[in-house]
Structure formats: structure tokens, C-alpha cells
Design a binder for this molecule. Structure first.
Ligand code: COA
Length: 254
């Protein structure tokens, strides 16, 4: 949980350093299957901290600023994307600017209908930085990405779902229950196969057809190797021999 409600969970250098530690702890936890990223209070996150991340770093040397930026972009981008467990952004309120990066880095996203989103950088005179444009074009279509980036207009959770920026938008009182439902479903799946699948889906977006096919084949073999519970063999036995499951409709018994 991004936990600076009094500052609408905007992301300061301290918060960014702490998030690197949190993500390491989740990755190291052998029992962890799902991570939900959300915000305390009325915001998911109001984006980067305009004081501590921007104004206070103006007087720093380029090298010092690079270090401050690195911890932010590292957890919001690659470290969150590479987390071995399923990640769900639970957007409980304001999501502005830099908040689009962790939002897009999570595997799934569910929002409250009345949450408010905005690419507000233009409203205070900067270009969206820190790979936000990249995150945006990977999760929004070009027209919406362009419109909201150059106008800075806000949109609500329903609109975010309609655009495909999030998987679902639900009434605020259903938000936690719906996210926990998805988390429970993911906990019932084979973790090695889920990891291989999410990595494949994520990386294929930037690959061409033939290197993609080659990558899928390699990930396919990797998943068989890392799957200690031998899911494929159980699934085939339960369907073909025991006729006790129909994989089109349900998962195999683990
Ligand atoms: N950076 C630094 N401080 C921020 C912040 C941010 N991104 N977002 C909110 N805060 C701080 C405010 O300065 C205020 O601090 P204070 O109580 O010490 O004065 C506190 O959080 C509460 O913010 P406030 O504006 O009073 O709350 P609100 O509920 O009326 O409005 C927002 C919430 C999110 C709409 C508004 O704070 C806002 O526009 N924030 C900036 C969002 C933004 O453009 N982010 C993009 C960064 S790239």
C-alpha cells in the first residue's frame, strides 16, 4: 500500500526506495502468489512528488538526480513487471501522471467507478517523463493516449475500463471484494505456469512474429522445467484417463 494519504500517496524518493525493498520482500517470499498494489486513503497515487522529486532535486548534480530517478523508474517499471507473482493494481482513487507507470506495470488492474485518472503533466508544464508515455501507449490506444496526454483532461474508472486501461471498474463498495476474488482465483493456479505465461504475454508485445515464436518455445520449455508440480502431466491424466475434469471449464486438481 502506498501510504502517504496526507500527500495523496505521491511518490517521493523515500517512498520509491521503500518500494524497492517491498518488491524484494514479495519476490523472496516463497508463499506469495499475488500482490495487490493500492493507495491509503482517497488516492491511488497523485503521481510523482512535485516537491521532493522535482523541485528539491533541481539543485542537485546530474549524477545525484540520476540516482533519485533510478529508484523511482526501477520499481515502477522493470521490478514491478518482473515480479514472479500476479500483480493487481487496485485503483481506489486519484491516479495521476507518474502513477500510470506502476498502473501499467501491474498485470491486472481493477478500479472504483469514481476513481479519477489524469495525465496531468501538461497542466504544470512538463512532458510526461520516466517512461510514462511508453506505459501509456502500451495500455491505451493511440487516440486516447494522445487525447489525454495533450489535454490533461481527467476521466473516471468507468471510462478507464471502457478504454481497456484497466480490466474492470466496479462500484467503490465492491472494489476490495472483486480484487480478492481475482486474487483467490490466481492463488488456485500453478505458479510456475502463471509466471511463464505472464512473462510471455508481457515480452511478446515488443517482438516480431518469428523471434516471438522462438521466445515462446523457449519459455514453454522453461515452464516444464520449473514446474515442480508437473501440472501438464496431472492435467492430461485427469482429462484423458480419469475423465474427471474438463480443462475448458475448470483447472486440474493440484
Ligand atoms: N506532489 C507533491 N505534493 C502533492 C502531490 C504531488 N503530486 N499531490 C498532492 N500533494 C500534496 C499537496 O501539496 C497537499 O499538501 P499540503 O497538505 O502539505 O498542502 C496534499 O498533498 C493534499 O493535496 P490537495 O491538493 O490539498 O488534495 P485534494 O484532494 O484537494 O486534490 C489532487 C488532490 C491529487 C487532485 C491534487 O493534490 C493534485 O492535483 N495533485 C497533483 C497531481 C499531479 O499533477 N500529479 C502529476 C505529477 S507528474
Amino acid at each position: 500500500m502506498l501510504n502517504r494519504p496526507e500527500k495523496r500517496n505521491c511518490m517521493s524518493p523515500t517512498l520509491n526506495n521503500e518500494m524497492l525493498e517491498v518488491l524484494d520482500a514479495v519476490a523472496l517470499d516463497a508463499e506469495a502468489r499475488v500482490m495487490v498494489l493500492t493507495g491509503a486513503g482517497e488516492a491511488f497515487t497523485a503521481g510523482m512528488d512535485l516537491k521532493e522529486f522535482f523541485r528539491d532535486t533541481d539543485s542537485m548534480s546530474r549524477a545525484q538526480r540520476d540516482i533519485v530517478q533510478r529508484s523511482a523508474f526501477e520499481w515502477q517499471g522493470p521490478r514491478l513487471r518482473q515480479l514472479p507473482v500476479t500483480t493487481i493494481a487496485m485503483v481506489n482513487g486519484f491516479c495521476f501522471g507518474g502513477g500510470f507507470l506502476p498502473l501499467s506495470s501491474c498485470d491486472l488492474a481493477v478500479t472504483a467507478d469514481d476513481a479519477l485518472f489524469g495525465l496531468s503533466e501538461v497542466n504544470w508544464g512538463i512532458i510526461p517523463g520516466g517512461n510514462v508515455p511508453h506505459a501509456v501507449i502500451q495500455t491505451m490506444n493511440l487516440r486516447d493516449a494522445m487525447y489525454y496526454s495533450i489535454t490533461g483532461e481527467t476521466f473516471d474508472g468507468r471510462k478507464a475500463a471502457e478504454m481497456g486501461l484497466v480490466n474492470e471498474s466496479v462500484p467503490r463498495e465492491r472494489l476490495l471484494a472483486r480484487v480478492l476474488e481475482i486474487a483467490e482465483l490466481m492463488k488456485s493456479k500453478n505458479p510456475a505456469i502463471v509466471r511463464g505465461t505472464k512473462e510471455t504475454i508481457r515480452h511478446l508485445r515488443t517482438m516480431g512474429w518469428s523471434e516471438g515464436e522462438n521466445y515462446i518455445n523457449a519459455k514453454f520449455a522453461e515452464a516444464q522445467y520449473t514446474d515442480t508440480e508437473q501440472g501438464r502431466s496431472k492435467g492430461l491424466t485427469q482429462f484423458l484417463d480419469e475423465k474427471s475434469i474438463r480443462p475448458g471449464l475448470e483447472g486440474y486438481r493440484r
